[in-house]
Ligand binder design. Structure first.
Ligand SMILES: Cc1ncc(COP(=O)(O)O)c(C=O)c1O
Length: 282
């Protein structure tokens, strides 16, 4: 589906392993900026003029921005694609990596362009990464090519684990535990966002375990946090286009034994004072 020399459209910023994979295949990546509803359609229109073969999207709890695509944006993206020259050739790959830990509703482009969309729902975050299972559905030709490729060698998904997942998907106590986890993640996110907002530190999105925090200087913010035992991911590997400095903080890891407000205060102070450090160096 995606071959050496192809162009593909990705969200900016996005999940670094996707960028690494695309680089390995040897495709040219076109980044499209995001706002609070998903990728921006004006920029998408320009990207589609470069004849990409695929568009990669995360419909919910986008990693790193935490943005969940709105119903309106999904419809606008679909109509932008429909009126482009690649309307009958592009494949849209939706990576619903957060699955049931996302609080927002899923709005799939597949609702509008079923024949062009492949939807992947991972169960790693909701049921455990060691299951190594995701469900995939959508455009038939892409699915059968992927299924055929997986039949070669020991690449298929264990049927025993599939049966376990099937049980869990219907199991009342698992569903209750999932609902509690979803709410706990959302609460941790709200707490951190609230503290950062009070300090006028910008964050994006509303959903999932990741928070994209705008900082004055990425390196010194990371170092200031590391000195206090707080890990965060540097923003740079997520960037496809130019972007102000940022960090990705995984609020999902701030468990009940953590002083969440204290950690959030430390993030706010690193985000702000890193700028003072940089100004001091000039
Ligand atoms: C955006 C995104 N896609 C894919 C994955 C990998 O998911 P899986 O465990 O299903 O391979 C992750 C894991 O964090 C992710 O954040």
């Amino acid at each position: 589906m995606v071959r050496l020399g192809d162009r593909v459209v990705v969200e900016h910023p996005t999940f670094p392993p996707l960028l690494d994979l695309l680089e390995q295949i040897g495709v040219d990546v076109i980044g499209v900026p995001m706002d609070e509803e998903g990728i921006e359609t004006d920029a998408l229109r320009g990207a589609l003029e470069q004849s990409p073969s695929a568009l990669f999207l995360q419909p919910r709890a986008q990693n790193p921005t935490g943005v969940t695509m709105s119903a309106r944006r999904a419809a606008d993206i679909a109509s932008t694609i429909r009126s482009s020259a690649v309307a009958s050739s592009i494949t849209i790959i939706e990576d619903d990596h957060a699955g049931d830990i996302a609080s927002g509703d899923l709005h799939s482009i597949g609702r509008h362009l079923p024949e062009r969309t492949v939807h992947i729902r991972s169960y790693s975050k909701s049921h455990g990464p060691d299951l190594r299972l995701a469900a995939v559905g959508g455009a038939g030709d892409v699915i059968s090519r992927a299924a055929n490729r997986r039949l070669l060698g020991p690449g298929w998904s264990s049927r025993i684990l599939q049966a376990v997942l099937l049980e869990l998907l219907d199991d009342r106590s698992t569903l209750d535990a999932l609902a509690r986890s979803r709410e706990a993640y959302a609460q941790r996110r709200r707490t951190v966002v609230e503290v950062l907002r009070r300090h006028h530190v910008r964050t994006t999105g509303t959903d999932g375990i990741n928070l994209w925090v705008h900082v004055a200087d990425e390196r010194s913010a990371l170092m200031a946090l590391a000195a206090q035992g707080i890990g965060a991911a540097p923003g740079e590997p997520f960037m496809v286009l130019e972007h102000p400095d940022a960090l990705r903080v995984t609020v999902g890891l701030l468990g009940s034994n953590t002083d969440i407000v204290g950690v959030a205060e430390a993030i706010a102070s690193a985000a702000i004072s890193s700028g003072e450090a940089r100004r001091g160096q000039r």
